[in-house]
Ligand binder design. Structure first.
Ligand SMILES: [Zn+2]
Length: 276
């Protein structure tokens, strides 16, 4: 079992710390181990990893946990290997997903916000907040730049026993998933969902019912999962993002759908099949 308690600021001296190590878009793991894990202080020492910066994430199993940005992909630990983060998805224990998602997003935020977007000056890390800022700047007024999260809606649309899954142009052949999209400035969650569904498959929905949410670090989405009931219209894929969408049933499932353990899309499908 894992416990994780997020925190932005470490009060006491860090003892028995643990580390996730990121280099570019890849994360450190071990070729002889099934699952990703944090490395210990000793392992970090003997890894001879060249560290650029580290960020405190919180407490993993009550011990301080950090993410380290490495300068290169060199690591002296036996069987160590950096693997692309997306391909690491299948190797993340469910309970570690949130802390790894947090690691990836904090490293990306740090990389992207070294300079102020208003005055162009170098910013510094705030001593207590998870933020970059430029002190005493008249142009940006010292605004604090926190990690940005992009809310997205994702929904399983149903019509009686049938449910709608779509094939995105970028998906592998035969892979179908629930519809999803970013919430735009000024939109409510509900209106964003109705708009996305209308845009992507040209149908109207009703009876929106919130299900659950999930952090998704590619790059920084917060997925808000819903069930929604079909209201009117004929399925008509937009042809740009979505090239096929169909009504399926438990008996006529597509050959390939998202797994239920780490993706909210997979959980929406599984929940529908079991409970609805
Ligand atoms: Zn500034």
């Amino acid at each position: 079992m894992f416990t994780f308690e997020p925190a932005n600021y470490i009060e006491n001296e860090a003892k028995d710390s643990q580390f996730f190590v990121v280099f570019e878009q890849s994360i450190l793991t071990f070729s002889n181990e099934t699952f990703l894990r944090a490395i210990s202080e000793d392992e970090l020492k003997w890894s001879y990893i060249e560290e650029i910066e580290r960020h405190f994430l919180g407490y993993l199993n009550k011990k301080p946990c950090f993410v380290i940005l490495a300068a290169n992909g060199n690591c002296e630990l036996e069987h160590s290997i950096f693997i692309e983060m997306r391909s690491a998805l299948g190797r993340m224990p469910d309970q570690l997903f949130d802390v790894i998602s947090r690691s990836i997003q904090i490293i990306n935020w740090s990389k992207d916000h070294k300079f102020c977007g208003a005055c162009g000056e170098k910013m510094e890390k705030h001593p207590r907040e998870r933020a970059y800022f430029k002190k005493d700047c008249e142009k940006c007024r010292g605004q604090l730049i926190y990690p940005r999260i992009s809310p997205c809606v994702i929904a399983l649309i149903y019509k009686g026993k049938e449910f709608l899954l779509a094939h995105n142009k970028n998906f592998p052949q035969g892979f179908y998933s629930t519809l999803a999209g970013f919430i735009e400035p000024g939109e409510s969650v509900e209106s964003a969902l109705k708009r996305e569904v209308k845009e992507e498959v040209n149908i109207s929905i009703k009876n929106l019912e919130y299900f659950d949410s999930q952090s998704w670090p590619f790059p920084s989405q917060l997925m808000l999962g819903f069930f929604a009931e079909y209201d009117s219209g004929e399925i008509e894929p937009d042809g740009e993002e979505i090239d096929d969408a169909q009504w399926f049933t438990a008996e006529s499932m597509p050959s390939n759908v998202p797994p239920a353990n780490i993706s909210i899309s997979g959980r929406l499908i599984q929940y529908f099949l079991e409970k609805k």
